[in-house]
Design a protein around this ligand. Structure first.
Ligand code: BGC
Length: 456
């Protein structure tokens, strides 16, 4: 059957196509960059930082107790009360708080005061304001940790850009905000990245879980490395514990130019309009914060050329960020030849009277962007699995793109199989509430090994 799609559209999305050869090249370059991040002498100039997380124990299933968790890093902010009763018996009470957009780019003090205010309200509602419960702080931005409960923010990502936080210990900023209020007693015992939470949470029920992945607003992965290879950890040669979880911060891959061969002109436009141009190159090709905007840029080029929607269009589509990444999942969820979800998306965007070839073209653009994302993620996971040199692994995954895109899981699996050495077995598992449960599990290990102290 001849394609319904205008050849101009096919030409426009060609740059997003990654063949096997390019994917193998991505794996090779990423392997080199990860090694630089891990090694002490090259770490300072490495782009994939491979930060030490100070998490050295995976859950045993025996963790008990009540813990608080804060989850900041994506599109919403949550407070959780996690009760671990063991043997997978966990209850979680949680509340999501509306996160005023202005806080994302305001002062750091205002941000941390808001977190403390929500935490206080939550603790009072649950009658735990005076208990001094241990808290795990899931703060999903690149942090150079100096211990389990201490870490300085290296850079903001995902549209955040608050003053006075980069270079500071975020646990101290949180604890100070709590103390400014003076109405709750809390001990922040662990600072964790969401990838680490996801790994921990998945490992609770799947002991073979060794990698945590997020494909949501942002993207990143962590994995279990041999302590002796974690050279940036001061005890890497003497630690009695054989493993260290490494927070790769793979979003920054390509910030030194090594990914130019997979980037398109649209990626360059997106990069320019973000608060962190030149940074998080890999993440900007993969994650939900940027995918919709990439689709929109191709669309408006086609509209302007009169190739799609016959030059008819809406004002909304010309507004930056108006094409939400969730629309990609919607458009791709329609069965072949049907356009129910697609019509709804077009309607939302105020585009009326479009014809079947326009809808097919929109689908093609969405598929081009989402499949490049899945292929790049597959490259990242294969890099990590090769580095770990293991034959079997479970990967815990969270994030809106992975959860809601109808084909993401299958694409990831397909391309990983094609890239991995024969015989390597892996399983991709959606991790339940990683940020909350994972933070509580890390807090539990911190408390039981008593290796925490308040850092303010
Ligand atoms: C951050 C990571 C985080 C990821 C997923 C990235 O922008 O740098 O720390 O894990 O987003 O939330």
């Amino acid at each position: 059957m001849p394609s319904l799609v205008n050849p101009e559209v096919e030409l426009a999305v060609r740059g997003f196509i990654l063949d096997q050869e390019k994917m193998a090249e991505v794996v090779e370059r990423m392997t080199k960059e990860m090694k630089m991040g891990l090694a002490k002498d090259t770490h300072p100039r490495a782009v994939i930082k491979c930060f030490v997380s100070y998490v050295q124990d995976l859950p045993t299933g025996k963790e008990r107790g009540r813990y608080l968790a804060l989850d900041l890093g994506g599109s919403n902010f949550r407070v959780l009360l996690v009760n671990l009763r063991g043997e997978s018996d966990v209850t979680i009470n949680s509340k999501s708080y509306d996160f005023p957009k202005s806080l994302m780019t305001g002062s750091g003090i205002a941000l941390f005061d808001f977190l403390a205010e929500c935490l206080a309200e939550f603790c009072m509602d649950h009658g735990v304001a005076e208990e001094g419960l241990p808290l795990g702080f899931t703060f999903s931005f690149p942090c150079q940790q100096q211990g389990l409960s201490k870490g300085t923010l290296v850079a903001w990502t995902k549209g955040f850009n608050c003053d006075g936080v980069v270079g500071k210990n975020v646990v101290a900023l949180l604890q100070e905000a709590i103390e400014r209020r003076g109405d709750i007693k809390i001990n922040t015992v662990a600072l964790i990245n969401d990838t680490v939470g996801t790994l921990m949470s998945c490992a609770y029920s799947r002991p073979n879980c060794r990698i945590g992945l997020i494909v949501g607003t942002g993207s990143n992965a962590c994995y279990v490395e041999k302590t002796v290879n974690a050279e940036c950890f001061e005890g890497y040669q003497t630690s009695p514990k054989p493993f260290m979880v490494i927070n790769c911060e793979w979003g920054a891959f390509g910030d030194n130019g090594v990914l130019e061969f997979v980037r398109t002109s649209y990626d360059k436009v997106v990069d320019k309009v973000t608060p962190n141009p030149g940074k998080q190159t890999f993440e900007k090709c993969i994650s939900g914060m940027y995918m919709g905007e990439l689709v929109r840029l191709v669309l408006i080029e086609m509209i302007t050329k009169g190739v799609m929607f016959r030059g008819d269009s809406s004002q909304k589509i010309f507004q930056r960020w108006s094409f939400k990444s969730a629309y990609i999942s919607d458009v791709e969820s329609d069965p072949p030849g049907e356009y129910r979800a697609c019509n709804k998306v077009l309607n939302d965007l105020g585009i009326i009277g479009s014809q079947e070839p326009d809808k097919e073209a929109l689908k093609l653009i969405c598929e081009a962007v989402s499949s490049r994302s899945a292929k790049l993620c597959a490259c990242g996971l294969v890099t990590i699995i090769n580095k770990m040199n293991i034959n079997e692994v479970v990967i815990g995954i969270d994030g809106s793109v992975y959860r809601y895109h109808p084909k993401y899981h299958d694409m990831l699996q397909f391309h990983m199989r094609k890239l991995l050495k024969p015989g390597v077995k892996f399983e991709l598992v959606a991790s339940e509430d990683g940020s909350g449960r994972g933070a509580a599990l890390v807090a539990a290990t911190a408390v039981s090994s008593k290796n925490y102290k308040l850092s303010v």
